[in-house]
Design a protein around this ligand. Structure first.
Ligand code: ZN
Length: 336
């Protein structure tokens, strides 16, 4: 992790938080604004051997150990699916179970991982600069794991600091919230977000469409752009509203049902917004078809909400996409 890699709006927040002396931070706000990267910047600075007021140096042994995911004084507590996505190693036992296919990676923070974290916070620091626990996304703790964390937060055993990041802080135990200093994530301006996306390899048109498609959240925009084959492309996103109005299934070709439902929810949101006279958020107003029926849009929004709750386990994704497109076409063309 070298300093230039830290996005400017993350660097500014990291500097501001480091200037305060919190031993437990709770980063809150919508996903896609870089909560995880801010949390990582904080723990890196705490553990760094040569920190400046800007944060970690990016070159010392501690920074390097974090970069290669093997820092003995850093405990990263995540659902296994998130650890795997972000390249953090699982415990040997957990990895063994997943490799042997005895179970799937967990989407919650497991009690076993929490036990390891509690044990970690009671050990002495290996590198002598204290210890840090990073919890992300913190709302993926169940009642048991949350209570175990709470005990550690209430009686921190010495030199351990915490950073929790959550896009659903209201789901956390109030007692956990009250033990932490809260920081609400700051939105980057569109100019700053676009420049950052271009530094990451997107051209300016791509960056603009993907940032819009992500509702102004740069991390989500980058993830969308890097999603690989299938899924929304900048050109496909721009054409999506008209394709849905025509009932053209190829508009969602190779998308996963999750991506499709998410995109259609955004389209429906924008059409409702335009209907009440406000500016759309995810699509350009010029790309949206005009829709005459408000009741059909609200019914569509409700149906999409129901689809979103079951979309991870579709019976048949091809059939589901066809059904979604036909539902969209009906909503967009209804007369009353
Ligand atoms: Zn360092």
């Amino acid at each position: 992790m070298n300093l230039p890699d830290v996005a400017p709006w993350i660097a500014a927040q990291s500097k501001a938080l480091l200037a305060q002396n919190g031993h437990a931070w709770l980063l809150v706000g919508p996903s896609g604004l870089g909560q995880y990267r801010l949390a990582l910047a904080l723990v890196s600075a705490w553990l760094c051997e040569r920190p400046t007021e800007q944060g970690a140096c990016g070159t010392c042994g501690s920074c390097h150990a974090i970069e290669v995911r093997t820092h003995a004084d850093l405990c990263v507590l995540m659902p296994e699916t998130v650890s795997l996505d972000l390249g953090w190693p699982l415990s040997e036992k957990a990895q063994g179970e997943i490799d042997a296919k005895t179970r799937k990676p967990s989407k919650e923070i497991r009690i076993e991982a929490m036990r390891d974290a509690v044990e970690f916070s009671q050990r002495t620091s290996a590198r002598g600069r204290g210890k840090a626990v990073l919890v992300f996304p913190a709302e993926r703790m169940n009642h048991v794991t949350a209570n175990a964390l709470l005990k550690t937060l209430e009686e921190p055993p010495g030199d351990v600091k915490f950073v929790l990041a959550s896009e659903a802080a209201h789901q956390l135990l109030p007692t956990i919230r009250s033990r932490c200093l809260a920081h609400t994530m700051v939105w980057p301006t569109p100019d700053v977000a676009l420049a950052w996306l271009q530094q990451r390899g997107l051209d300016s048109a791509q960056a603009a469409v993907m940032l819009r498609a992500s509702g102004g959240r740069p991390d989500d925009a980058l993830q969308l752009a890097q999603a690989g084959p299938g899924g929304p492309t900048p050109a496909g996103w721009v054409k999506l509203p008209q394709a849905m109005a025509r009932g053209d299934v190829s508009g969602l070709k190779d998308w996963t049902p999750t991506q499709a439902v998410d995109a259609l929810q955004k389209l429906c949101h924008d059409l409702l917004t335009v209907k009440v006279g406000a500016a759309p958020r995810f699509f350009d107003a010029a790309d949206l078809p005009s829709v005459s029926s408000l009741p059909s849009l609200t019914a569509w929004a409700k149906a999409l909400g129901a689809a979103a709750r079951t979309v991870e386990h579709p019976f048949n994704s091809g059939l589901m996409l066809e059904a979604l497109v036909s539902q969209a076409q009906n909503a967009l063309n209804a007369k009353n």
